[in-house]
Write a protein that binds this ligand. Sequence first.
Ligand SMILES: Cc1cc2nc3c(=O)[nH]c(=O)nc-3n(C[C@H](O)[C@H](O)[C@H](O)COP(=O)(O)OP(=O)(O)OC[C@H]3O[C@@H](n4cnc5c(N)ncnc54)[C@H](O)[C@@H]3O)c2cc1C
Length: 398
Amino acid sequence: MNTYDAVIIGGGACGLMCAVQAGFLGKRTLILEKNEKVGAKILISGGGRCNYTNLYSTGSNFISENEHFSKSAFSQWTVEDTISFFETYGIKGKEKTLGQLFPESNNAKDIVKVFTDLCSELDQEIICSAEVNTVEQKADGTFQVSFQYHGKAKEITTPKLVIASGGLPIQKMGATDFGLKVARQFGLRITETAPALVPLTITGKDAEWYAQLAGNSIFCRVSNDEINFEENILFTHWGLSGPAILQISSYWKPGESIVINLLPHDDITGLIELERKRNGRKTLLNFLADLYTRKFAEALQKFLPVEKNLASLTRDDLNEIDHLIHHFSVKPAGDKGYDKAEVMRGGISTDELSSKTLQSKKINGLFFGGECVDVTGWLGGYNFQWAWASGFVIAKQL
Ligand SMILES: Cc1cc2nc3c(=O)[nH]c(=O)nc-3n(C[C@H](O)[C@H](O)[C@H](O)COP(=O)(O)OP(=O)(O)OC[C@H]3O[C@@H](n4cnc5c(N)ncnc54)[C@H](O)[C@@H]3O)c2cc1C
């Protein structure tokens, strides 16, 4: 078998960027990828369009035990670097909402093609259908990597090993706990992992109320003690989804409530006062149906005297309405789990890695990048920005 400067485990966003950047620096790498093709998650990302970075990405869009850890990587590989890298290879970005950048072609395949073309140009080898089972460090410091290739056991030795095998979400797309396993094997600490950017479930007596609203979407401010997000929420048959819910899910812990402000940029009491001067006979139901959907207004019947007309609402009614609209409290039963999560929260502790190189402080030659590290981005292209940046940083060390 050929020799390589490094073996990269995982042909996802981080592994592909790492191989290409190493190639630019004259290094030769081998990517071992479990799936039949590389870039599975890139292909499904952003609904097949790939939100590949965010124009406003800063350190505060990432969750980690050490919020400063990612600064070094993001200063070495900036959002502008991502944009100009893809532009160089024919992909112009188009901003959708909130700084989210997508390829103008709206096709995630174009992103993957940049990497597969470059890997072949730069002689970076990719072996697909190759699931790595174990890695061992030998006495001379090199790593022996054992993998299954079309049912056959294979081995390769490498001086440097890059773990870019991703996080736990979506097993059927190739996700494994391999990165966490390797970390444990080498005695590296792992911070608690959990599904993130994930829909939240409602069970019990309230479940039916949410289910009847499935498909309704409302612009809200969703908050907990730590943070708030202003985007849409979406009612579903099993609870709540939509961007604002996915965002808060990364900060939510089982047993906690979240508070939803259903009218974040207005004051409901003020609006009612105004409207009742104009048309006091209007029912609260019709008033709410104008603000939201009729279905949602009807569902609020469970909590509010919607049949009353605006003129007859008492001070207590107004207080009740104000509280419900601006402080709608929800206690999710749980989340939809790794099958529906976009990302994993937690992972290999940043204490274990050099922030400058992403090399293990304990094990020379061992690097971790991408989602398996305890750096989790918000929804909106941030997670790819971390994957590209971490792949780039590691490549410089190979
Ligand atoms: C539905 C969905 C949509 C998303 N949309 C976006 C988006 O629009 N924008 C954004 O920024 N982020 C998005 N994300 C998150 C983003 O896809 C990930 O954060 C990113 O792919 C992580 O890159 P990575 O290289 O660390 O891991 P991955 O891209 O997951 O790559 C890891 C690779 O390692 C392989 N692997 C695992 N174990 C082994 C093993 N033992 N041997 C060999 N290979 C192995 C896997 O098959 C996989 O190909 C989305 C995620 C999902 C699930």
